[in-house]
Design a protein around this ligand. Structure first.
Ligand code: GLU
Length: 304
């Protein structure tokens, strides 16, 4: 199969979907991104790399950072992590407060904002500087020592972060945060604000396709079982309220972010990153979903 020709063809097919969605603007600094961009990158376990469109343009990874943060913290915390956060889909918006009260401050899963804040809190307990730990890991795996958070986006998130602050205070009141709310938020916002390209993301996510071991650096980050767990949570909770539609149309573990990026994993084969900033009503990249749907349909590659 000629994967390079295939992704270029898919790119042509999805470009007409421009302007069927909108760039996220609830974080004002995200709204300035040029909307008509599309990147597609693949990294295979046997070391091949493919990219087309704007696959080398850095963008704000936003909630895709939650998948890496989960892996990093699971590695350090093991099963104990699941006392602080659940692993069930939420069926509520990613920043909902309602469910948290019903469930006594234990967020449904690590990919809604409350869950990611709880994971970040655990990461601070283990690493001290959770953001630097994540950044070091991503720099190493993506092969780019200059990867960094976009400080303008981090500041914009902080300035408009009342809801995330409310979630964190709420969890703290239930005893589910060990560190000061401001500290946890600061690490969380910086993680969301990391800029990466599709090529870098696909490279960094490859360990999830390889049962927890990085083919690049040879490091075993997660046990085989933990890699399965992260992929399972991505499949069931990784794309906001559209996890059912993604499982149905794409059939892969996927984590999305409001920057318009999507990281998808084909266990045993490859990792894929797609980016296009215009989002559908549920917060996922319009062109990204169309592209992944076409990719798995045309290759027959999915986990099902
Ligand atoms: N930093 C964003 C927030 O906390 C992440 C949202 C997302 O990508 O889902 O609202």
């Amino acid at each position: 199969m000629n994967l390079q020709a295939l992704i270029e063809d898919i790119r042509q097919q999805v470009l007409p979907f421009y302007d069927r969605g909108q760039v996220a603007d609830y974080i004002p600094a995200l709204a300035s991104v040029s909307p008509h961009q599309f990147g597609f990158a693949i990294h295979t376990l046997d070391g091949q790399e493919y990219g087309c469109g704007e696959s080398d343009v850095p963008f704000s990874i936003q909630s895709i950072s939650k998948a890496f943060m989960l892996a990093l913290t699971l590695q350090a915390d093991g099963e104990a992590l699941w006392r602080h956060v659940g692993k069930e889909p939420s069926g509520n918006p990613f920043n909902s407060l309602v469910q948290l009260e019903y469930e006594h401050g234990i967020p449904r899963n690590p990919f809604i904002n409350a869950g990611a804040l709880a994971v970040t809190d655990r990461a601070i307990s283990h690493f001290g500087d959770a953001h630097l730990q994540l950044l070091a890991w991503l720099r190493n795996e993506a092969g780019n020592p200059r990867l960094a958070a976009d400080e303008a986006i981090a500041a914009s998130e902080r300035e408009h972060g009342d809801r995330n602050a409310a979630l964190a205070h709420f969890m703290k009141s239930y005893g589910n945060l060990d560190h000061p709310v401001e500290t946890v938020l600061d690490h969380y916002f910086h993680n969301c604000s990391i800029s990466m390209s599709c090529l870098e993301l696909a490279r960094a996510g490859l360990f999830l396709a390889n049962h927890g071991a990085s083919p690049q650096t040879g490091r075993q980050y997660l046990t085989r079982s933990q890699a399965k767990q992260v992929n399972a949570v991505m499949l069931t909770c990784g794309t906001y309220d559209a996890a059912g539609e993604f499982a149905y149309r794409v059939g892969l573990p996927v984590k999305s972010g409001v920057g318009g990026g999507l990281l998808a994993v084909i266990p045993g084969k490859m990792s894929i990153a797609v980016w296009s900033p215009q989002l559908d009503a549920r917060g996922n990249s319009v062109l990204g979903l169309e592209a992944l749907d076409r990719f798995t349909t045309r290759t027959g590659l999915s986990i099902f």
